[in-house]
Design a protein around this ligand. Sequence first.
Ligand SMILES: [Zn+2]
Length: 377
Amino acid sequence: MFTIEMLPANEGDALWIEYGDESAPKRLLIDCGRKTAYRTVAGRLGGDPTLNFELFVLTHVDADHIAGAVPLLQDARFGPSKVKDVWFNEFRHLSPTAPDGDVESAGDSDEPDTLGPKQGEFFGAVLRDRVYPWNLEFDGKTVVVEDEGELPRIELDGDMVLTLLSPSWTKLEDMQGRWIDDLKGSSIEPGDWKTALDVLDTDRSSLPDLLGGEEVDWPPDIEHLVEEDFDPDGSEPNGSSIAFLAEFDGRAILFTGDAHAPLLVSNIRRLLAARGQERLKLDALKMSHHGSARNNSQELLELLDCQRYLISTNGTRHNHPDVKALARVLAANDEKVTLVFNYRSDETKPWDDEDLRRQHNYETVYPTDKAGVLVEL
Ligand SMILES: [Zn+2]
């Protein structure tokens, strides 16, 4: 078996993956944000004390991936014995050499949601405090793809093979300035985990949803939309996302976090060159950044031989998925594709349209209840 559950995480990601023998599956968890996802995960752990994970990946420090991960790490139902390794790049991991405190500021940000680095400090502090395994596959160092050489290949128990595709050192160094900026005005210095623990004790983090977004024309003019220019995501936290190909038993899925498309494109090209292939055969793509048009370029989508696209978001805050991103998916494929949504939201509902499905050769999957959606590869 190889299944991916997109747990309800509001506009964020929380992916529960099982593989191997159905009677005793191995598990991965990728991100756990927002808090709804934490409650689901902790609830399951409490219901089955034997349940554990091969790996927990925190892709990056945006609230919609980490907000539920911080309470999860502290929850008595979780703990170091429940997970063999945690992949997470904190501040000290963002540079090949120790930062000298003179890191260039990231300047103006186009993302208003900036509590991520603070939650990153919390996450790192709890990892230390509770002595979780941490980047063990990388000798405790940074989870990163070097610019040259072979892509990192990690074998997990049960024959799961992961190939790392993001981040690069450049993306991590871009994140350093952002991390410093976002902590300004807070009492936490980057890497000051003891203070972070103290602040965490008093933190009742709850972020209001920002409403708004572009009006979209419906039905969408797919042919016209795909001609519009690609406007790449400039967010440093998103660029620092850990992204990887997961392969098990002849099946493959690409987990992207909110990674930047140009980096994914260049590292997928490296992988394809090493394998002597033209396109990457996938059984599913977890679309980067919840199906944002700024993270899913035509170039990326055309590199993939994939008929199933997973979109994890309820649309709050950024109104993802973008129509333009899904238009690119449809344009990149001659064969029928399946769009899998883990929420029936204002943004995903309109795709549930028989005429549109027939016209553009796609199927849709929506959750039948509040428990998210399960995908079998
Ligand atoms: Zn996100």
